[in-house]
Design a binder for this molecule. Sequence first.
Ligand code: MTE
Length: 326
Amino acid sequence: MNVIRRRGWELAESCATPEHVFLNRRGFMAAAAGAAVIGITPELAMAQRVSDLANMPDPTRDLYPAKRNEKYVLDRPLTEESINANYNNFFEFGSSKNIVKAAQALKTRPWTIKIDGMVEKPFEIGIDDLVRKVGIEERLYRMRCVEAWSMTIPWSGFQMSKLVEMAKPLGSAKYVRMETFLDKSIAPGQRQSWYPWPYVEGVTIEEANNELAFLVTGTYGKPAPKQHGAPLRLALPWKYGFKSIKSIVRFSFTDKRPKSYWEDLQSAEYGFWANVNPEVSHPRWSQATEEILGTGGERKPTILFNGYGEYVASMYSGLGKERLWA
Ligand code: MTE
């Protein structure tokens, strides 16, 4: 049998051509031509091509481990990788914490991100092109879930302000609305029609430009595993974890405050701002302390803005009656 082996220095076509172009134009033409020769339908050939791409090793693997940005320090040890990677909230794949296996059905390549709404010119970009364009660094952040547990994670990725800069929002845009993929065929949670899919989150443009707002592509010095929201998720360490939307496919700039997934489901319990505050209880439990995962149940007092007040508090002064904490 004649097997072509690619040498290490040879770029796959998918690496040399922007991903969405590769798939939409050249990919389709090549697939159609090849299909005609061997007598299968172009659709089937295209599906095969997409599946080949999905099974490739992460094309940005060479960028890891990224250089750590030493500015962001922790007051507690890092959570063990095995704990972090096996205790997840990703409702698309189930409502338990144990979704690792189900989440492996997510195909993270090809992955196209749409930037639209109130921007100079809407565009699409493939995740690998985006990552190579902006570069990545590592940051150690705390993460506080609204359910009163917390972790500390070495995220890799880039400051969200870089994406805002690329998007060139119009002066009239006030918010960034973000959306997760929607695919019932692989995400069993999305077959449950009582949830308001797709998962949506939003921040103000000022928050998106805050230096702490971080778009995550990796964890623990490697590309992020699917259960953490590969290939692109958000980390907003001063807000409850549900604001940190996973597996993002779209950023829309808008002058209307986005209604997030949890707000849509239960606005009495979850609002737009969701900043961490130990003094404001959730309607069903206290937020005064948090369980540090991986310590056998140790609890610590929760800190206002999860300890990141020096970076973010000024954004919330003068907001009067806004419900800033839930
Ligand atoms: N993003 C999507 N798309 N779907 C989700 O269910 N859960 C949120 C957030 N982002 C969620 C999501 C919640 S409630 C939390 S606490 C964090 O992801 C959990 O992130 P982790 O599993 O990586 O720790």
